[in-house]
Design a protein around this ligand. Structure first.
Ligand code: IVH
Length: 673
């Protein structure tokens, strides 16, 4: 009986595989699924059941291969028919010109060369051998001539086609397997929970995932793959990389959308700067750029040395990670009394900047990372943000390291610290006379987020506070030229300038004053909303909680805190003193909405709101939405997989926002310190 059924079963299996493969492709390569996860699961279960009953009918390109399969005892060695070379590096813009000139000379004064300029993915190079359109062998680069057979592991990577579309060709492609940042964070979160060692970066995590003898473990890691070349360009009918990428896309591969054709070194340099700028917005890590001659004809003429092709170079971004020693942990008191641990590091240069401090956020963070004083630590510096300690290098512990203890008293005023509620991770000093809080408040008041008084930056405020010239905000407006000129490092000129700046800061919008006072929960947006509703300090002093709650962005916690602040004796006294010293609130300007004068364009996929919802939020705030990149656009909101619009926006120097930044902008969240 069974025998006569087989032709039908074979056909049914074939159909199921085709169906599932096409859904995999739509989901993992095109990012455009057409069925629900549940419907997909049902199809997959059906396939697994049939294959279980008819194991002889399992094919090497079956989607069931993606779940893992048998545990290996070792990795077999495989030879690369054509060696996998590495790339030479360049470091600076002049190197780029040298490279371009060298190629042009080599090609006997070839005038123009078109380059394919690609993000350099920070993952692992692999080779995939397809025979008659079916994935036969997948391997690591190894030493370039011999790699390790990781076919079973690579088959679990959903964006690697197990069977090529519309072709039964023999083809060997190469590309990069990587772990997207979200997947990396989630993986580390789970490992931390289980008390396992976390991975230092997505690249190590990807390597660790591929080097699993049990491919079912690899299958649980959301690895992805971008193809970036073929072993032998003479087997294709494409005449350039650009054409090849089109072809590879058509037969089922994922191609990085940020690959750009450039015709001049200026264009390449611009793209380098651009990639470096958007680097943090991408969902995967890149560590530089690869510049390749586009034409296969020219590639062949240029050839290769034993180590690397002459037609390509890598241009890495300056490194952002480094290792150093955690020498100490100190506790800093902020203007609202929050006490935060700060790591003091053995000074180390990261990307040209000397780093000697790193934030540690709070005690939970220290415990989660299991940090100790004396540890060797891996640190990272990204953009302008304060450097972070990623993890201790526990292998290098000597046993002399010291556990970090949170203080029970304020390090400045010795007042007992409290953790207002269990959910709050932050320790606070609630002594209103705490000198550290006072100094931080003063620094905030004259600084950029406050009245922005020239000459009264952080260093000078510290000096004024320590010499006793300025103890509280009103003292700033009592300063005289001769007081300042007598200070160390000051002269008559700088004193005069500062006094003029103080004088002109005395006339100010109400919102600026509110913001400058550094009241907890009152950031830029809430200060403006309060000033839109109330015209003077006096009006605010009489406010009721109900009235405050009517204001958008003011919630229960903020309202209660504000009421308490306004009812403290010192608050009306402060306003009174300021007004006596000549502080004048300017007449209220017509209410300006948050986004009037701004035109938004959206690109890429948004994760937590729909496009329409996002556009509505812009309109709710009196902003405008554009559907194409024009000169009127002021802000580009770049979601995941943002492509050419993002490239254009940076070229046009348009403000680029991540989804999170956009949502923070339109949702008027009250700000904390
Ligand atoms: S082409 C012979 N293109 O960078 C040329 N490599 O040493 C082969 N990489 O480990 C490399 N992104 O895995 C090329 N778009 C890209 C790449 C890329 C990352 C890696 C590659 C290799 C290293 C080059």
């Amino acid at each position: 009986m069974i025998v006569s059924k087989e032709p039908n079963i074979t056909q049914k299996l074939e159909e199921l595989r085709k169906d599932i493969s096409s859904h995999d492709y739509r989901y993992y390569v095109l990012d455009a699924p057409i069925i629900s996860d549940h419907e997909y699961d049902l199809l997959f279960q059906e396939l697994l059941k049939l294959e279980k009953n008819y194991p002889d009918l399992i094919t090497p390109d079956s989607p069931s291969m993606r779940v893992g399969g048998a545990i290996l005892s070792e990795f077999r060695e495989v030879e690369h028919a054509i060696p996998m070379l590495s790339l030479d590096n360049i470091f600076l813009p002049p190197d780029l010109n040298d490279f371009d000139q060298r190629l042009k000379r080599f090609l006997q004064h070839q005038k123009d060369i078109t380059y394919s300029v690609e993000p350099k993915l920070d993952g692992l190079a692999v080779e995939l051998v397809y025979e008659q359109g079916i994935l036969k062998i997948g391997s690591t680069r190894g030493n370039g001539s011999m790699g390790e057979d990781i076919t079973a592991q690579l088959k679990t990577v959903k964006s690697i086609p197990l069977r090529l579309h519309n072709t039964q060709q023999n083809l060997t492609v190469r590309g990069e397997v990587f772990l997207p940042i979200n997947g990396f964070k989630e993986l580390n979160r789970r490992r931390r929970e289980k008390g396992e060692q976390v991975f230092a970066n997505p690249r190590n995590a990807a390597a660790g995932s591929l080097r699993q003898l049990d491919p079912r473990i690899t299958a649980e890691r959301p690895l992805s793959f971008y193809v970036y070349g073929i072993a032998d360009s003479s087997v294709t009918s494409s005449s350039s990389l650009t054409e090849l990428y089109d072809f590879l896309k058509n037969i089922g591969f994922k191609i990085n959308p940020l690959i750009l054709q450039c015709k001049t070194t200026k264009e390449i340099l611009d793209q380098y700067n651009h990639l470096q700028k958007i680097r943090d917005l991408l969902e995967y890590e890149i560590d530089g750029m690869v510049i390749k001659v586009d034409s296969f004809g020219l590639q062949q003429r240029l050839g290769a040395t034993a180590r690397a092709p002459r037609w390509a170079v890598a241009w890495k971004f300056p490194g952002i990670q480094a290792t150093t020693t955690l020498k100490d942990v100190i506790f800093q008191v902020g203007r609202t009394g929050a006490v935060t641990p700060v790591g003091i590091l053995e000074p180390v240069s990261v990307n040209g900047v000397t780093v000697q401090r790193a934030t540690l956020h709070n005690h939970d963070e220290i415990q989660r990372k299991n940090l100790r004083i004396g540890d060797r630590v891996l640190i990272q510096r990204a953009g302008d943000v304060i450097p972070e300690i990623i993890m201790p290098i526990s292998e290098q512990r000597t046993g002399e390291e010291i556990k970090i203890k949170m203080p029970s008293n304020c390090p400045e005023c010795k007042h007992p610290l409290e953790r207002p509620n269990k959910k709050d991770k932050i320790l606070r000093c609630d002594n209103p006379f705490c000198p550290a809080q006072r100094l931080q408040s003063l620094i905030h008041f004259t600084g950029k987020s406050g009245l922005d008084i020239e000459g009264l930056g952080k260093k000078n405020m510290e000096l004024l506070f320590n010499t006793g010239l300025v103890k509280e905000i009103p003292d700033i407006f009592k300063l005289k030229e001769e007081n300042l000129a007598a200070l160390e490092g000051w002269g008559e000129k700088s004193a005069k300038k500062a006094i003029t700046a103080i004088q002109s800061a005395k006339t100010l919008p109400f919102a600026t004053l509110l913001r400058g006072l550094g009241i907890r929960f009152i950031g830029e947006v809430t200060a403006q909303l309060l000033a839109d509703r109330f015209n003077t300090p006096d009006e605010l002093l009489k406010v009721s909680k109900e009235e405050l709650l009517e204001i958008e962005a003011v919630g229960e916690q903020t309202a209660e805190h504000l009421i308490r602040y306004f009812q403290e004796d010192s608050t009306p006294k402060l306003f009174h003193k300021l007004s006596e010293l000549g502080l004048t609130i300017t007449a209220h300007e017509k209410k300006k909405s948050l986004l009037s004068d701004r035109v938004f364009l959206f690109t890429g996929t948004l994760g937590s709101v729909s496009r329409n919802e996002a556009k509505q939020r812009v309109k709710d705030n009196d902003g405008q939405v554009s559907t194409s990149m024009t000169r009127k656009v002021t802000d580009l909101v770049a979601g995941k997989k943002a492509g050419s619009k993002l490239a254009k926006a940076t070229a046009m120097e348009i403000n680029v926002l991540t989804e999170e930044q956009f949502l923070a902008l339109v949702s008027h969240r009250p700000e904390e310190d």
